[in-house]
Ligand binder design. Structure first.
Ligand code: SAH
Length: 348
């Protein structure tokens, strides 16, 4: 099937076969990317208009028991300066964000055993009562179903857990032997069943990734129907085994953003910090390809540089208000409008 016909099929059926997804990726040209982006923006416009949702990102800890081969805060990185925020510091970040208009807070961190269920439950309750009408999103990695349930019962609304890759063989190449694809998928299923708004996602251009594997990621998104989907380019970190591997591109990331928008029109799709890191207007390009979420940093400035998932990560020097203002300006420059309500997914 010629690529133009694949785009027609994707727009109409929100689905392609694995081979067709791979063929679409392999046959991409600037013209094809433009056509896809045009359709993706049209679809997003019909659901969300020109609204861009903001989430205040609070990076609560860079202490991690895992050793993911791509990640700068993996436990084997001895030169990483480690920190963890206390519940009081996290609550202060949320309150500061609330005063700036944020109505969603994303608590993200390494898998740090300090954050037990009782500690997190009290913290979630405090954030929810100090910030009426806000949504709390967690991005704290793999936990037991019971733990996810307790955090949900304490008031957490959403959970981001990128699946990283939908191919078990590629998963094993990116992670140490003690981590398993099956457990990652188990977590996503549990989160969904418990009632969270769930986000999955993957890195674009991770070492060894093929079009056939990306096709599996797209098929997974098509069948799982996540409420959110975080994709960003792989960016090498100098203290990881992947230090010399090439990074992902803006071009392929934007192409895939458009495809994902057409697969699942209401999905909340961030233009990620990683995309902004590899190109000065990466996030704007992401929005123009079909994304509709940005995530300014609300972490205390003193620790921002330490949450170094990859080299040259942006937004490490500014105050929260500046970060927010900067993104607002960037969105306005391309004709979009940052809105500050909770920004729940529209289930259509
Ligand atoms: N511990 C949490 C949060 C991980 S950090 C969890 O397991 O979900 C959030 C995301 O950053 C990861 O899911 C991964 O996709 C991305 N990431 C990590 N290292 C990266 C790198 N070198 N380049 C690009 N993205 C990276």
């Amino acid at each position: 099937m010629p690529p133009e016909t694949l785009i027609d099929k994707l727009s109409a059926a929100h689905s392609l076969t694995l081979d067709e997804y791979a063929a679409l990726i392999d046959s991409r040209t600037p013209e094809l990317a433009r056509e896809l982006a045009h359709r993706a923006v049209e679809v997003r416009q019909s659901i969300y208009g020109t609204d861009v949702y903001v989430r205040g990102l609070i990076e609560i800890s860079n202490i991690c028991k895992n050793d993911c081969l791509y990640c700068g805060i993996r436990r084997s990185n001895r030169s990483c300066h480690r920190y963890r925020l206390t519940p009081e510091q996290i609550l202060d970040c949320a309150k500061e964000g609330y005063a700036l208009g944020f109505r969603t807070f994303v608590l993200q961190g390494g898998e740090d055993g300090y954050y037990t269920d009782p500690l997190l439950c009290v913290l979630i309750e405090k954030i929810k009562s100090a910030c009426p009408g806000c949504a709390v999103t967690l991005s704290l990695g793999e936990r037991s179903r019971e733990s996810y349930q307790r955090l949900f019962d304490a008031g957490a609304d959403r959970y981001l857990l990128r699946h990283e890759t939908a191919d078990p063989v590629h998963y094993a190449a990116l992670h140490p032997p003690e981590m398993s694809f099956e457990n990652r998928m188990r977590c996503l299923r549990d989160l969904r069943e418990i009632g969270y708004q769930v986000g999955c996602g993957f890195m674009v251009g991770s070492p060894g990734q093929t079009s056939a594997q990306l096709a599996q990621d797209l098929k997974f998104i098509e069948t799982f129907h996540p409420d959110m989907c975080g994709i960003g380019p792989f960016v090498p970190h100098h203290e990881t085994p992947f230090r010399d591997k090439p990074g992902g591109t803006v071009e392929l990331t934007c192409f895939l953003l458009s495809v994902i928008r057409l697969i699942h029109p209401p999905v909340l799709l961030p233009a990620t910090t990683a995309l902004g890191t590899i190109h000065p207007t990466g996030r704007e390009q992401g929005i123009l390809a079909g994304a509709n979420v940005v995530m300014p940093n609300l972490s205390p400035v003193a620790v921002r540089g330490d949450y170094e998932l990859y080299d040259n990560k942006i937004c490490t020097g500014e105050e929260s208000a500046q970060c927010r203002g900067c993104l607002e300006g960037r969105m306005e420059s391309i004709g979009y409008r940052v809105v500050t309500h909770r920004g729940d997914v529209k289930r259509i």
